[in-house]
Design a protein around this ligand. Structure first.
Ligand code: AHM
Ligand code: MG
Length: 345
């Protein structure tokens, strides 16, 4: 017999509702962060709708050319960059933005009000994979501005350590589109239902499984690594009393590699190497990639390190600073630190 609606049973948790419910943990909250996260979810939906059509660029016209409809076809990473900027420049929520695609801080135009947060983003990480239909992702970080309001935001507002992150997340454009975020109250994942155009809670309170399953690294560069990193890699392959039974999985698209290990357990690393003397700190960027993902990893029970210290403790010195990254299961990350300490003094 029908006995009425069981509220918990029918609760459909959209991302908007979830962010609003999270806001209640912060009685001082004004709702600005909630709106900002929702703007990013909207950017994710717009970018997702383009990424699924990326292959059609070949048919409809190459990037940077005019397509058959007479429109300029924009490269996807530029499109993603502009989408995020334009959805956020006028809202009064941000004091500045910085993007992996731009050398300098992106200011908020004078005609718009300035806000209390700073947004840093990698609009389309792994974009070299687009041509091969491999998953790609957007990564974002939100800090509170440090300089007093009423003045233009400065570079220092962007150069904050990961410990000061207010929120971080990513949008993964894969077999489905997912948004995963944290505001320091656990990590929550949402899957886009394309039929209704809404992100729905699919992965509440994500915790990295204690038993790791995967290690993820570009083994092609092994000869360029330090002794500590080589020994750690031997350990992951079960050599010399190392850990046994791990599988190697490497997509070469950070958001996808990180996401898989977040759900299944494991470690991703991109160490420093000697290939390019101009890049002694590896490839990945502290502010756009390493810090936000380390905040998420820590909130899920894991850790991010540069091999010597917690990524979240590093004070950035420049916007595009690179740093080695070891991220995932805490025990494995700490094992890497131990071996680097022992062999690479
Ligand atoms: P990008 O920011 O230019 O897209 O480069 C970052 C990407 C990451 O997604 C991925 O982890 C890494 O580059 C792969 O690099 P490699 O091909 O050297 O293994
Ligand atoms: Mg990137």
């Amino acid at each position: 017999m029908y006995t009425g609606i069981d509220q918990d049973h029918v609760k459909v948790m959209t991302i908007e509702r979830h962010i609003l419910e999270q806001e209640r943990f912060h009685p001082e909250a004004t709702g600005v962060l909630t709106s900002l996260l929702y703007d990013l979810a909207l950017a994710g939906k717009i970018i997702a709708s383009k990424t699924t059509r990326a292959g059609l660029a070949e048919i409809l016209g190459r990037a940077e050319e005019v397509n058959v409809q007479g429109e300029q076809v924009m490269k996807l990473d530029k499109f993603a960059d502009r989408t995020i900027y334009r959805l956020n420049d006028h809202t009064g929520r941000l004091a500045a933005m910085a993007s992996e695609e731009h050398a300098d801080v992106l200011v908020i135009p004078d005609r718009y009000p300035s806000g209390k947060y700073v947004l840093l983003y990698d609009p389309l990480d792994g974009s070299s994979n687009i041509d091969c239909n491999v998953p790609i992702g957007t990564i974002f970080s939100i800090f509170r501005r440090k300089s007093p309001g009423g003045e233009p935001a400065s570079l220092e507002d962007c150069l904050q350590p990961g410990r000061d992150l207010v929120a971080a997340g990513y949008i993964l454009y894969g077999t489905s589109t997912m948004m995963v975020y944290t505001t320091g109250q656990g990590v929550h994942g949402f899957t886009l239902d394309p039929s209704v155009g809404e992100f729905l809670l699919s992965h509440p309170n994500i915790r990295i499984p204690e038993k790791p399953k995967y290690f993820s690294v570009n083994l092609g560069y092994q000869i360029y690594w330090s002794k500590g990193v080589q020994c750690f890699t031997d350990y992951l392959q079960g050599k010399d009393d190392g850990i046994q039974g791990l599988s190697l999985r490497y997509i070469g698209s950070l958001v996808a590699d990180f996401h898989r290990n977040l759900l299944s357990g494991g470690i991703f690393y991109y160490p420093a190497d000697t290939r390019d003397p101009k890049k002694p700190h590896g490839k990945l960027r502290l502010l756009y990639e390493c810090a936000p993902l380390s905040f998420i990893a820590e909130q899920a029970g894991g850790k991010g390190s540069d091999g010597r210290q917690n990524i979240l403790d590093i004070q950035p010195e420049s916007l595009h600073q690179r740093c080695p990254l070891f991220i995932g299961n805490k025990d494995l990350v700490e094992k890497a630190e131990e071996m680097i300490q022992r062999y690479d003094p």
